[in-house]
Design a protein around this ligand. Structure first.
Ligand SMILES: [Zn+2]
Length: 455
C-alpha cells in the first residue's frame, strides 16, 4: 500500500539503519543511581519532543500519557517533567557530544555535504547566540551584566541581568546545515575566547580539514583567529566593520577613488539587487600584524514591492557590506566572496534563529535547577553534581535538528511528492503517536510484543 503520511516506524527505521539511534540511545548516562526511567528513555523522550516540535516541555508531559509513546521510548510508564529535569541536570555530555560527531561523520560519508559545494569547497560558519536571560533566577555558570531599566514609577535603575551565551559552528553551503559543535561562554570570558576554544577542539574531534572555508562575524577580525585558521588550513571570510578601524578606513578610502571592479543585477523572490563590487589584495590587516589581506566591498541597491493604500509601488534601499578574505582573487571572484559573506548572514537567520524560533530552544526549564543528584566530593561530603541541564538539552536539540532536516531534505519521497514543509512532517510524525493502535499485550503483561516493535 502506498504510504500517505510519514509514520514513526518508517522514520525510526531510517534512523536505526543509517544512524544507529537505538544503540546511541542505549549509551546515554546520567548521575542518578538505579533509576526506574532509564537515561535512554529520558533522551528519547526529549528527542521526540524536538522531532515533533512540541511547543513546551509541559506538552511533552501530556504526550507521555500515550502508552504508545511510552512503549516507543522504552519506558514502563509515563513520567513527568520533574523526572526529565532531575535526569538531565546530571546528564553525561560525552555520549551526546560523540553522537553529534557520529551523525556528522555519517552525513559526510553519505555525501550530504557534496551538494552545493562552492567551487568544490565545504563551508562552515561560526556564530554566537544568547540563551536565557533573567533578573532573578541564576546559576553558578551564569554570565552577568549591568542593565539599566525603568522601574514602575519610571525611575531609571541599574540591575544585574543573568544570561547564558554560546558559540556554535555550523555547515552552511549545503541544504542540510547541521551544527558541528558548540561551546558555552564561561563567566567573565569573551566570546572570542570561547570561539577559539571551539575552533581548536573541532580538528580534535573531526580531524583536520573537515571543511575548507570558515565564515565569521566582524567580532572575529583578530590576529589569533587568522593565525589559528592558517594553522588549521582553513580559508576565512570575515565581515569587516568599523571595529577594525585602520583596515576599514584604508579600504573605504582606496575604493572611493576608483570605479567598481564588477557590476551586476540579481533577482530573487521579487527582490532585485543592483550590485557594485570593489576588490583589492594586499591591504595590511593591522598595524601590529601587517599581513596583507584581500578586501571586498559590495554596494547594493535593493528594490522591492510595497503595498500602500491598495497600490503596489517599488521602493529601494541602499546597503553596504565589506569582507576580509584569505581566498585568492585568481580562483574566487568578488561575486563569490559576496555570496559566501551573505550566507553567514543567512546563518544568523536560519541557524541559531531557526532553533530558537521553531524548536522551543530558549526554554529555561532547566535553568538554576537546585534539585540535582548528589555525589561525594573529595572531602567525603555530599554535594549536587554540576548542572549539565542546559548543555544536555542543547546537544539533544542539535542532534534532533540535524537528523530531522536530513530526513526531510534528502530522504523523504513524500516531502518531494506533496511539497511538505519540515514543520508539516513534524506534525505528521506527532499525529502518528495518537493514532497508533493500542499495543497488544504480551503474555508477561509488559506490553512488549505490540504490533510494531519499540524504537
Ligand atoms: Zn545560569
Amino acid at each position: 500500500m502506498k504510504e500517505r503520511t510519514h509514520s514513526l516506524p518508517s522514520f525510526s527505521a531510517w534512523l536505526n539503519k543509517g544512524y544507529d539511534l537505538r544503540r546511541q540511545a542505549a549509551g546515554m548516562r546520567d548521575a542518578r543511581l538505579d533509576p526506574e526511567i532509564s537515561p535512554a528513555s529520558v533522551f528519547l523522550a526529549l528527542w521526540h519532543a524536538f522531532v515533533f516540535r512540541l511547543p513546551s516541555f509541559q506538552q511533552l508531559d501530556n504526550e507521555l500519557n500515550h502508552s504508545y509513546l511510552q512503549h516507543w521510548i522504552g519506558a514502563e510508564r509515563g513520567f513527568r517533567d520533574d523526572t526529565l529535569r532531575y535526569s538531565l541536570c546530571g546528564f553525561d555530555l560525552d555520549p551526546l557530544q560523540a553522537m553529534l560527531v557520529d551523525v556528522n561523520r555519517r552525513f559526510k560519508r553519505g555525501k550530504v555535504f557534496d551538494e552545493d559545494r562552492v567551487q568544490g569547497r565545504l563551508v562552515a560558519a561560526l556564530d554566537g547566540v544568547e540563551v536565557l536571560s533573567s533578573f532573578s533566577r541564576h546559576c553558578e555558570n551564569c554570565l552577568e551584566r549591568r542593565v539599566s531599566r525603568k522601574d514602575q514609577a519610571g525611575r531609571k535603575m541599574e540591575e544585574i541581568q543573568y544570561y547564558h551565551r554560546a558559540v556554535g559552528c555550523q555547515m552552511i553551503h549545503s541544504p542540510v546545515q547541521p551544527f558541528l559543535a558548540g561551546e558555552w561562554l564561561r563567566p567573565g570570558e569573551s566570546e572570542e575566547t570561547a570561539a577559539l576554544r571551539l575552533l581548536r577542539r573541532l580538528p580534535e574531534v573531526y580531524g583536520s580539514r573537515w571543511f575548507d572555508i570558515l565564515v565569521l562575524d566582524a567580532l572575529y577580525a583578530q590576529t589569533p583567529v587568522l593565525k589559528l585558521a592558517h594553522q588549521m588550513g582553513w580559508d576565512v571570510i570575515i565581515s569587516l566593520k568599523q571595529n577594525s578601524r585602520d583596515l576599514y578606513q584604508s579600504a573605504v578610502r582606496l575604493f572611493a577613488r576608483r570605479p567598481p571592479d564588477a557590476n551586476f543585477t540579481e533577482t530573487q523572490d521579487h527582490k532585485t539587487y543592483r550590485v557594485q563590487l570593489w576588490d583589492t589584495e594586499g591591504l595590511p590587516f593591522t598595524i601590529d600584524n601587517p599581513e596583507p589581506v584581500r578586501v571586498v566591498r559590495s554596494e547594493e541597491v535593493l528594490e522591492r514591492n510595497r503595498f500602500r493604500e491598495g497600490q503596489r509601488t517599488r521602493y529601494a534601499t541602499d546597503h553596504e557590506w565589506l569582507w576580509i578574505t584569505t581566498l585568492p582573487k585568481s580562483t574566487f571572484a568578488a561575486a563569490t566572496i559576496r555570496q559566501l559573506g551573505h550566507s553567514r548572514w543567512k546563518n544568523e537567520n536560519n541557524g541559531w534563529m531557526d532553533l530558537t524560533k521553531h524548536w522551543a530552544f530558549k526554554h529555561g526549564f532547566l535553568h538554576a535547577c537546585q534539585h540535582r543528584p548528589q555525589r561525594l566530593n573529595p572531602e567525603g561530603q555530599r554535594e549536587p553534581v554540576p548542572n549539565h541541564g542546559l548543555a544536555a538539552v542543547t546537544l539533544i536539540l542539535l542532534i534532533a535538528a540535524a537528523l530531522s532536516s536530513c530526513f526531510v531534505l534528502r530522504h523523504s519521497k513524500l516531502v518531494r511528492r506533496d511539497h511538505l514543509t519540515a514543520v508539516a512532517v513534524a506534525a505528521q510524525l506527532r499525529t502518528w503517536i495518537s493514532k497508533a493502535p493500542p499495543s497488544i499485550r504480551a503474555p508477561d503483561g509488559t506490553g512488549r510484543g505490540s504490533r510494531t516493535g519499540p524504537l
